[in-house]
Ligand binder design. Sequence first.
Ligand code: FES
Length: 354
Amino acid sequence: MSKFHSLKVKEIEKTTADCSVITFDVDEKLIADFAYTQGQYLTMKADINGEEVRRSYSLCSSPLDNEWKVAVKKIEDGKFSTFANDVLKQGDLLDVMPPNGKFFVECEPTKAKNYIAFAAGSGITPILSIIKTHLYKEPNSTFKLFYINQAVSTIILKEEVESLRNVFLGRFEIYHFLTREHRNVELFNGRLSKEKMEIICDKLVDVSELNEAFVCGPNEMIFMVRDFLQSKGMPEKNVHFELFNTSGVAAKKKKRKVDMSKMSQIHIIEGGKTIQFNIPQGSDNILDAGLKQNMDLPFACKGGVCCTCRAMLVEGDIEMEVNYALEPDEVEAGFILTCQAVPLSEKVVVNFDA
Ligand code: FES
C-alpha cells in the first residue's frame, strides 16, 4: 500500500508570479517506489497551522527526465498552495506518497498516432508530461495542444511547452487561447465553447484521424470537450480526462436515510492486518469509518476524483456516491473508492492491499 515518504525539496522555481515548480530529491532507495508514468500525480501532506492538509499535484516532468517536478499554482484561500508558494523552501522535507493515477495511455513506439490535448491553466502539468513522453518515445506520432490561459504572463510552464515545439517541429502544434488579453484571431479569444470546438474540428483537427484525447482543466470544460468529441464519433475509451477538483461533485451526493438499528460489520484489510468494527448501515463511508478507528489509510481528495483511496471489495454490498476515478473495468473487477463507498450489507470486507 502507498505510504508517505519524506522527500527533500531540491529546488523551487517561480514559473509565474503565483506558481512554483517544486523539484524533489528522490533518494536512491526510493527510486523504484517513485517510478512513474507520464500523467501521474503525487499526493503531499503538510502540517499547516496545526492542521494536516493533503493535496495531489500532477507531475509535470517526464519519466524520461529522471526528475520529479510538480507545479503548484497559488489559489485564493488555498491552504496548501499558499504554503507551497510562500513558506516551503529548498532543503525542506515534505511527506509525499509514491506516484499514482491513470491519466495516461501506454506509449507505442512502433505506431504513428495522432493525439490531441486541451489544457486550461495548471491543467497543463500532466499534459506536458504526456506530450513530452509520447513525442520522444513515438517518433512517428503527432500532438496538437489547445492551451487556455488568462494572459501571456500567467501561462505556467510556457518555456517548457514552447521549447518542445522547437524540438518536435512538424509533429507538435500549440494553439494558445487567452481569456483576458486580446489576440488577432477571434477563435483564440476567450474560453473554449461548443462553437469554438466546432471551428477547431472543422479547420484544425480531423476527429476521424485522432487516436487519443487528453483533457485537464476546470470540470465544466472537461465535460464539454469530452461530450463534444464523443458526439463527433470519438469512442469514450479514447477520451481521457483528469478532474482538477471536487467542486460540483459534492452536490451530486445522495441524501440517504440511516436506519441506526441496522449495523454493518466492516472488515478492513490494510498492511497485512485486518481491523473489524461496526457502523450503522449507510451512515458513513468506509474510508472515514476506518480513519475514525485510527487506521492509517491512503486518501487525498475525499471527493471521488483522485483514486488514492482505491481498495478491493472482497465481500458485501456498498454504494458509491460518485466515481470520477475508477475505469469501468476496475469497477467490474471489484475495486471501489472507499471515500465514496457506503456499506449497505451486514458484512463488508474491503482490502486495501489488493
Ligand atoms: S480520496 Fe480521492 S477518490 Fe477517494
